[in-house]
Design a protein around this ligand. Structure first.
Ligand SMILES: [Zn+2]
Length: 239
């Protein structure tokens, strides 16, 4: 298992780690700050650097085949000679990309609070976020943008905590997503709380206050199917 430091601290963007495996598939470390693609959120990019200053570029992060293993996927031109097992490296996440993920991801929680319907699809990238709601009523773009602006301006604290699987079983309404079920088998489930706004299981990375989301706008609402409304978010152009 790779120790997943981003789970306790989304703001930690650098750590020292030891190489466990380095092959054609990518690099596995004993611990990492890199978030692997999952729960709709894109994987992190960044660099790994050894003590001699050799840098290798990580273009994506994925879950490995073994449970709990995190795979750093390298750019083809920096794959090269593998590092021996045990090599100490510094792992540095691409901050701009991760900040965008954190802002959009937290904004999707606000959207969940504004649109009280089950979610049946989600995608969070550095350029946009989209959320599919299982519903038939029309949605209003400007009303949702105004609602997001209000919740951002209200500066609600954002924090995570862990609950037991039994607690989750007793509160099934916490699960908003129809497509992604919280991971079980570890005995505990990570829940994300936006004080007074939203509470649901989530393993992603978030900003620590809704004010840090900044200006987001609903760029598009699509009728994806008879029973699905897709909401697409973008960052407001800088003034
Ligand atoms: Zn989340």
């Amino acid at each position: 298992m790779t120790e997943d430091l981003f789970r306790e601290d989304s703001h930690l963007l650098q750590c020292e780690a030891r190489v466990r495996r380095d092959d054609a598939g990518g690099i596995v470390l004993d611990r990492t700050v890199f978030y692997p693609q999952g729960g709709g959120q894109a994987g992190d990019a960044g660099v790994l650097r050894d003590a001699a200053g050799r840098e290798r570029v990580v273009v994506d992060t994925r879950k490995g085949e073994a449970p709990g293993e995190i795979l750093h996927v390298l750019a083809a031109d920096t794959a090269g000679e593998p590092w021996p097992e045990g090599t100490v490296v510094t792992a540095v996440v691409d901050e701009a990309r991760r900040r965008a993920h954190m802002r959009f991801h937290t904004a999707t929680h606000l959207l969940c609070a504004l649109v009280p319907h089950p979610v049946d699809g989600c995608s969070i990238t550095a350029g946009y976020a989209r959320l599919d709601f299982h519903m038939t009523d029309p949605l209003d773009k400007d009303m949702l943008t105004a609602g997001l602006a209000r919740l951002v301006a209200e500066a609600h604290p954002v924090r995570h905590r862990w609950i037991s699987e039994a607690e989750l079983d007793a509160n099934p309404q916490l699960v908003r997503s129809m497509s992604v079920q919280p991971p079980r088998g570890q005995g505990r489930i990570r829940v994300l709380e936006i004080e007074g706004v939203d509470l649901q299981p989530c393993g992603g990375t978030h900003v620590s206050n809704t004010a840090d989301i900044g200006a987001v706008v609903v760029t598009k609402i699509e009728k994806k199917s008879a029973r699905t409304r897709r909401v697409v978010l973008g960052f407001a152009p800088q003034a």
